[in-house]
Design a protein around this ligand. Structure first.
Ligand code: ADP
Ligand code: MG
Length: 791
């Protein structure tokens, strides 16, 4: 066979029938596809498998030692019944195997040869489905490869002893195809260094088949062209591509395997980063209207009226953004900052700079409450300068338009006209801004607040609301800290700035878990504490997972987009049955704003000024409640997560979160960020009926322990199974990210990001590096490239 390279089709190498099978089962068609079908794990020859890792219901292959072999003739009906009543079973062999701690019973029916072939002390590989029988782990008729028969003979030493892969030839579903036992052993034995790859299997594929195909392919594979430039390989000390491919499948030693993994992980990281760098380069090449800083405009006026000094971080990020806005290409910047770090001011200043250039700015907020708050605080800080169009306003005054779903038809029409006119001004709104009827006459800047509440499509949707002229600048902000690697991947098409410092004079938030079921007295104490805070002139939030008693209700009420994100956090719990009073959390329905407010009014908080807030209230009412809470006319606000993001009432010093285990860690962190915004220390109580060792309790403890949003976001990421973040979980796909881990491979991702930036430069087509472009499509399927788009 000549000229076998990565693009050769497999039928030339492993035969048409097998090639067709691989194509059908795992979508593997070329030599390159097969060589990117990486092992799922490796077993070390001679090292026993940890039986504790076995999962009931899954197929597994274990290396173990035989402890006992016991045979039984089933001469009578009673014995047959004991064998599970299997018809036609006359003989049972039970072989107990073990690692150093655990045992596992392998049961064979009518296979009388095992007692002759194996004896205690033998070393063998057993492969089959793990089940539970009488409370014990077992495998029924596994396939067996003997490595050492316990008499000192073993395939390993090539003694020619008959060591067959046993009866039930190993297939993913435990049935079917006869495989040639001897050759399976041969394949196993042929692994140099005793490191044996274990491949992900699907129905109809066997370990031995995949191993054999890979070996055949590697035997005939010619030289492999390395797509990655030599200088990068040298810089990072990476092995060449051909070596990596050989060593990931047939590692000579553990060290060779590690080197191969390192190289191939780098390739995956580089592929992602090349996609993103190309996208950034693309965006940079678009033209944009420059909006340089202009002296004596609205921005200067705003700065003069600012009641505090900007933090160093706010100044620095402000400078960077000001420079971005002044260039002839669109800004695409992500601003991350801890809850309360003061991102809003940064965004407002950017908007004013754009206004000063005679263009429009729009701010997209995830909730009506937040949109209303932004519009209000803008009007406040700008004073008369924000009352454009009103009587007596100075001529240079600008207009601030609020656009939410609950505007009256007339108000809405007026707002849309103002926006379409292209008059410089600020529009603040919710997803209502994304509707098809909204057109901006002269849009210079889009700000997206709390980006994690939106999809990236929405970011794009707004861009297209500006049909004439050049694309606007974009600033997206998020307080939910994005782990660095996610920022470099999912958000990797954006430039990133971080506000890490909080404004001075902030008091720390102390968070405590209140186990309401174990220690009911603590909950009583919590309400007393609320009274004390109110007595000191402060205010409090009580947060519940649900609005009312309506069982059919969706988990969140929040206006607009909230239901999506929140729903995923609690959706699964809500489905569970059980009436109130069942006690255990997760059994009874979640606590609702309506019920909790009623109970507090009638009981522990009687006499205080209580109000409720949730997404199903009419917009006007929401706005009234928020205003009057902000003005200090409400003591306790009982709310859903509608207040999760952005709400800013510095006088509120305490938050009680009911059924806290129903919220995600990042979400709890966001919620508690509503308190401790003024000079009074913030207190957050996480109330749960979950018991000490209920699974949710550890998460609550973690939130109570740290105020570091980044740490919590990383922990959340871990729980979320990072695979989902990149969409790498499509099992069996040949072309997807397989080896890279967002948690483990931070450094590799950072390296690759720098390298990709250098390689792409300002040439999104990468015409200099055609090999790399091919590598990108080989590593990242079209689906995943889309996925990167969706955020
Ligand atoms: P976030 O970053 O969570 O959106 P905000 O923008 O809501 O935070 O700011 C939180 C609070 O801090 C607001 O009341 C804001 O007015 C105030 N703030 C912002 N910057 C400063 C500063 N430099 N000094 C003092 N207070 C500030
Ligand atoms: Mg904010």
């Amino acid at each position: 066979m000549d000229n076998i390279d990565l693009t050769s089709t497999l039928d030339r190498v492993i035969g048409g029938r097998t090639a067709a099978k691989l194509a059908e089962r795992i979508d593997v068609r070329t030599v390159g596809d097969l060589l990117r079908y990486y092992p799922r794990k490796y077993d070390q020859r001679g090292k026993l498998t940890d039986l504790a890792e076995l999962v009931v219901g899954e197929r597994a292959t274990v290396w173990a030692k035989v402890v006992t072999i016991e045979e039984r003739e089933l001469g009578n009906a009673r014995n047959r019944a004991r064998a599970g009543g299997k018809r036609g079973v006359s003989h049972i062999t039970n072989i107990v195997i073990a690692d150093s701690h655990r045992k596992l019973t392998c049961t064979f029916f009518n296979q009388r040869h095992w007692s002759k072939q194996l004896r205690p002390g033998a070393d063998a590989m057993f492969s089959g489905k793990v089940s539970l029988f009488n409370g014990k782990l077992q495998m029924s008729s596994p396939s067996v490869a003997i490595l050492d028969d316990g008499r000192g003979n073993g395939a390993a030493i090539g003694s020619g002893v008959e060591t067959a892969i046993g009866s039930g030839v190993e297939t993913a579903n435990g049935q079917g195809e006869k495989d040639k036992g001897a050759s399976a052993i041969e394949v196993i034995e042929s692994f140099p260094g005793g490191v044996i790859p274990v491949y992900p299997l699907v129905e109809g594929l066997t370990q031995a088949l995949v191993q054999r195909c890979i070996r055949t392919v590697l035997d005939v594979l010619g030289d492999v062209v390395d797509p990655v430039p030599d200088v990068l390989l040298a810089r990072h000390g990476l092995v060449d591509f051909g070596t990596a491919l050989r060593d990931i499948h047939r590692p000579r030693t553990q060290e060779h395997l590690n080197a191969a993994l390192r190289r191939l992980r780098y390739d995956e990281a580089l592929a992602i980063q090349l996609v993103l760098a190309r996208r950034r380069a693309d965006a940079r090449n678009f033209p944009a209207e420059p909006c340089p800083r202009i002296d004596g405009g609205l921005l200067d006026e705003f700065d003069r009226n600012l009641p505090f000094a900007l933090t160093v971080g706010q100044q620095l990020v402000g400078e960077i953004i000001a420079t971005d806005l002044a260039t002839i290409h669109p800004m695409n910047r992500l601003l991350q900052g801890e809850v309360g770090s003061g991102k809003t001011v940064v965004a407002l200043r950017a908007m004013l700079q754009v206004l000063d250039s005679g263009r429009q700015a729009v701010m997209l907020a995830p909730t009506e409450v937040l949109a209303g708050q932004h519009a209000r605080s803008l009007r406040e800080v700008l004073g008369p300068l924000g009352r454009g169009g009103e009587l007596g306003a100075p001529p240079e005054a600008t207009t601030i338009t609020l656009l939410t779903g609950s505007l009256s038809a007339a108000a809405r029409r007026k707002a849309l006209l103002a926006i379409a006119s292209g008059q410089p001004g600020i529009a603040v709104g919710t997803h209502a801004l994304l509707s098809d009827e909204v057109f901006f006459g002269n849009l210079g800047l889009i700000v997206v607040d709390e980006q994690h509440r939106f999809g990236v499509e929405q970011r794009h949707a707004l861009r297209t609301r500006h049909p004439a002229g050049n694309p606007p600048h974009v600033l997206v902000m998020t307080a939910t800290p994005i782990p660095r690697t996610v920022a470099m991947t999912v958000y990797g098409d954006l430039d990133t700035s971080i506000l890490s410092e909080l404004p001075k004079g902030r008091s720390p938030i102390s968070t405590t878990v209140v186990p309401a079921a174990d220690k009911p007295a603590w909950l009583d104490r919590a309400w007393e504490r609320v009274r004390e805070e109110v007595g000191k002139g402060h205010q409090a939030y009580v947060v519940c997972p649900k609005i009312g008693d309506d069982e059919s209700e969706t988990p969140d009420d929040g206006s607009d987009l909230e239901s999506d994100t929140f729903g995923s956090a609690v959706g699964s719990v809500l489905g569970s049955a059980g009436g109130p009073g069942d006690g255990a959390a997760g059994q009874r329905p979640p606590l609702s704003v309506a019920a909790v407010a009623q109970e507090l009014r009638d009981g522990p908080l009687a006499g205080l000024r209580l109000a409720v807030l949730h997404g199903r209230l009419p917009g006007v009412e929401k706005d009234q409640v928020m205003r009057s809470f902000a003005a200090g006319n409400i003591d306790v606000l009982v709310a859903t997560t509608v207040i999760e993001v952005g709400v800013d009432v510095p006088n509120a010093s305490m938050m009680v979160i009911m059924d806290a285990e129903r919220f995600g860690m990042s979400q709890l962190h966001q919620l508690r960020g509503r308190v401790g915004r003024g000079s009074a220390p913030g207190v957050c109580l996480l109330v749960t009926e979950g018991h000490e060792n209920a699974p949710g309790r550890a998460r609550l403890a973690a939130v109570a322990e740290t105020n570091d949003g980044f740490a919590l976001a990383e922990a959340d990421l871990e729980l979320r199974r990072e695979g989902d973040v990149l969409g790498t979980s499509q099992a069996g796909r040949a072309t997807s990210l397989r080896l890279l881990s967002l948690l483990r491979d931070k450094d590799v991702i950072a390296q690759a990001r720098d390298d990709a930036q250098g390689l792409v430069g300002d040439d999104p087509e990468m015409s200099q590096w055609p090999g790399l472009a091919d590598m990108v499509s080989a590593v990242i399927s079209a689906d995943s490239q889309d996925y990167l788009d969706k955020g």
